[in-house]
Ligand binder design. Structure first.
Ligand SMILES: Cc1cc2nc3c(=O)[nH]c(=O)nc-3n(C[C@H](O)[C@H](O)[C@H](O)COP(=O)(O)O)c2cc1C
Length: 200
């Protein structure tokens, strides 16, 4: 049995399924990374606006391979053991930006890798911010299905929902409601624990 002390420290990647500059979900992803760091969990925030990719097209892929940004983001995922995705809800699903990103990465298979290895060897947690009353719950159900059924990812049952997002943040980007911020911290800590166990 592996000595628990010898297990690698979890490293968490946070990103949002929105490229919008003032995205509520990006703010949540940034806050999540800051909360993790404050709790001694090394973390990175990534902005999908920095990883633009064309809409998936099989002809384009056959001619040019996967976009360089898909490789970069996949390698960034690989450098972390847990991934926290904050996803807006679009018409009861998640964003085309997020689906396109997940799809491109799912087609990268570097030498010596099993199919979708980067997804199958990380732990995921989900959250959503929405101005509506249900906080993006329906979108996360769809995202969970794609991650678990489509790409074989292990997704924590715990998730974080932020309804009425326009009024939820204070001027420092923290949640005004301290119970909500505590709840987000608990999901992050659980993700870190699960990542440690999976990679132990
Ligand atoms: C095409 C579209 C569909 C949307 N559908 C929903 C929805 O089903 N439920 C919801 O709560 N909000 C919905 N919204 C509102 C988004 O949740 C809101 O714009 C949110 O701020 C987007 O996330 P972001 O701030 O991270 O960019 C929709 C927005 C767009 C553009």
């Amino acid at each position: 049995m592996t000595d628990p002390a010898a297990r690698p420290d979890p490293r968490l990647l946070f990103f949002a399924g929105s490229a919008r500059q003032n995205s509520f979900n990006k703010r949540l992803a940034r806050l999540g990374a800051a909360i993790a760091e404050a709790n001694s969990i090394p973390s990175t925030f990534a902005d999908l606006a920095d990883y633009p990719m064309p809409l998936y097209n099989g002809d384009l892929e056959a001619a040019e391979g996967q976009p360089e940004n898909a490789h970069k983001l996949k390698n960034l995922m690989k450098a972390h053991t847990g991934v926290f995705i904050l996803s807006p809800e679009y018409n009861a699903s998640f964003t085309p930006l997020l689906k396109n990103t997940l799809d491109w990465i799912s087609h990268i298979r570097d030498e010596g890798e099993a199919p979708m290895e980067v997804y199958r060897t990380r732990v995921f947690a989900l959250g959503s911010a929405s101005n509506g009353g249900t906080g993006g719950l329906r979108g996360l159900s769809q995202l969970r299905l794609v991650l678990e059924l489509g790409i074989g990812a292990l997704v924590l049952p715990d998730q974080f929902l932020l309804p009425r997002a326009a009024d939820a943040y204070d001027e420092h980007g923290h949640l005004k409601n301290k119970d909500q911020q505590e709840q987000l911290k608990r999901v992050i800590q659980k993700l870190a624990r699960a990542a440690r166990v999976l990679h132990g």
